[in-house]
Design a protein around this ligand. Structure first.
Ligand code: NAD
Length: 493
């Protein structure tokens, strides 16, 4: 087993490796450089992590290329067994994963445990799917031959993941890639590399037990994300890039993929509307709103950014929502009863605050929150704004924090038109009581995912992804594995 480094203050008892996972080995960066990882709740340095170099990236790709033929030719059942073993090992170490995530990302421990369970389900789902990768057989249209359609793995994959769900945003990529027969190199966010370094330990163990080539999986934390992705994508042996993060970075990666025509999946930013119709159950809408807005401190790509409420029910909705928001207990995610942690960095907190100040200056009314508290840590209070002018930046940009805006509409048609007035199209939420208004919402809200009378929609068995500036490609469900498969048509007599 690799060396482990005690990360947290002793009472937290969280361990994770701090060096690169390069083809089954923990190694220092070839440059010897490291970078600090901070606890967002205190600002303390909790670890120094190896800063992967371009040479390390090349070594990981070499290993991936070497491992590919054996793994892509392995039986589906063997892939199932390996993925199932990873699932079991992650489950056994739930507490280690949860504590590591709370430490480096700040989310409350209960939410971190939830993420472990949710993120790990991608391994179980992919294990079950590995034996069900479909093909097709048919007769040529003129009757003069037959056609066989099969799927082949795309080849070595680069995955670049964000900090908001340090485990789940990566398992959505790693599990289907391995199920499809592909090697994968993961570049975690430099704000939260420890969770994936811990996953590297688990995957290495599972690979060793099954005698799987270790080069299938590498983890390369580093601060030079742009240089590393450019370097790896300039190598035509890399065949696929899967990215979760902001839209501007996604655009850069798509441009870079043009040179060698690497396939890309882009899970980008969102600006989700949450529409409450006049006939909605308002208590249910308030509960759903709390989940859609405040889960993970609002640092969720599918977080409700804009609450649009029918004028006839806005008072009832706002009263209920405000009461629920005022019941939030903010603090260190390790403390009992805490339901809201800090945001990831001081910079992120300042950006959230700027959006709030801009809205207030434009005439929005602040019902609660809106002030940066004194003291250490990147805390931003739960904040609610009403009467927000339609052209305020906060309605156009992703907030990525615990800030809710409430505006009103006089007809469902107007509400939906305003909901759709965004360049993003990741998720949309609708609350309605009657069949007609429910159907109107599900048919007319423009997004890759629409939730009806529910505040949460992420689900390993469903295709997660967006339209418009929220990107393309899907993660989860049978569709999620297709992202790592090419189609081969074989013409037969
Ligand atoms: P980000 O785009 O800044 O960073 C994401 C990852 O890309 C990190 O690993 C980062 O190190 C790396 N990166 C940064 N610049 C790069 C470059 N030029 N080339 C290559 N890699 C680069 O995003 P973030 O702040 O970490 O995450 C928040 C964003 O992610 C939000 O916009 C959010 O909506 C989005 N997100 C989307 C989904 C989804 O599934 N659609 C899920 C979670 C988060």
């Amino acid at each position: 087993m690799p060396d482990q480094t005690l990360l947290a203050p002793e009472h937290l008892q969280t361990t994770a490796p701090t060096e690169l996972w390069l083809a089954g080995r923990q190694t220092a960066s070839s440059t010897g450089k490291t970078f600090p990882v901070l606890d967002p709740a205190t600002g303390d340095v909790i670890a120094r992590v190896a800063d992967a170099s371009l040479e390390d990236a090349t070594a990981a790709l070499d290993a991936a290329v070497d491992a590919f033929p054996l793994w892509s030719a392995s039986s589906p059942r063997r892939r199932t067994d390996v993925l199932t073993r990873i699932f079991e090992l992650v489950r056994e170490r739930t507490e280690d994963f949860a504590r590591t995530m709370t430490l480096e990302m700040g989310k409350p421990l209960a939410e971190a445990r939830g993420e472990v369970a949710y993120g790990n389900e991608y391994f179980r789902w992919a294990a079950e799917e590995a034996v069900r990768i479909p093909g097709r057989f048919g007769t040529a249209s003129q009757g003069n031959g037959h056609m066989l359609m099969t799927r082949t793995p795309v080849g070595p994959v680069l995955a670049i993941t964000p900090w908001n769900f340090p485990l789940a945003m990566a398992t959505r990529k790693i599990a289907p890639a391995l199920a499809a027969g592909c090697p994968i190199i993961v570049k975690p966010s430099s704000d939260t590399p420890l969770t994936l370094l811990l996953l590297g330990e688990v995957i290495t163990q599972a690979f060793a037990e099954f005698d799987v080539p270790a080069g299938l999986f590498s983890v390369l934390p580093g601060r030079g994300s742009a240089a590393m992705s450019e370097h790896l994508m300039s190598d035509r042996r890399l065949r696929k890039v899967t990215f979760t993060g902001s839209t501007p970075v996604g655009r850069t990666l798509v441009r870079q993929s043009a040179e060698h025509l690497q396939r890309t999946s882009m899970e980008l930013g969102g600006n989700a509307p949450f529409v409450v119709a006049a006939d909605a159950d308002i208590d249910a809408a308030v509960s759903g709103a709390m989940v859609a807005k405040m889960r993970n401190g609002g640092q969720v790509c599918v977080a409700a950014n804009r609450f649009l409420v029918d004028t006839s029910v806005v008072e009832e909705f706002t009263t209920g929502f405000l009461a629920a928001v005022e019941g939030i207990h903010q603090g260190n995610g390790f403390d009992d009863g805490v339901t809201l942690g800090p945001v990831i960095t001081g910079r992120q907190r300042d950006e959230i605050h700027e959006l709030v100040e801009d809205a207030v200056a434009a005439g929005a009314r602040l019902l609660t929150g809106g002030e940066i508290p004194e003291g250490p840590g990147n805390f931003y209070p739960p904040t609610v704004l009403t009467d927000v002018p339609a052209d305020a930046r906060i309605l156009r940009e992703e907030i990525f924090g615990p800030v809710a805006t409430i505006t009103t509409f006089d007809s469902l048609e107007e509400g939906v038109a305003r909901a759709n007035d965004t360049e993003f199209g990741l998720a949309a939420y609708g609350y309605a009581g009657g069949v007609a208004s429910a159907q109107y919402l599900t048919e007319n809200l423009q997004a890759g995912m629409v939730a009806l009378n529910r505040g949460q929609l992420s689900e390993p068995a469903a295709p997660f992804g967006g339209v418009g500036q929220s990107g393309f490609g899907r993660e989860g469900g049978t569709e999620g594995i297709e992202e790592y498969l090419d189609i081969r048509y074989i013409a037969l007599p």
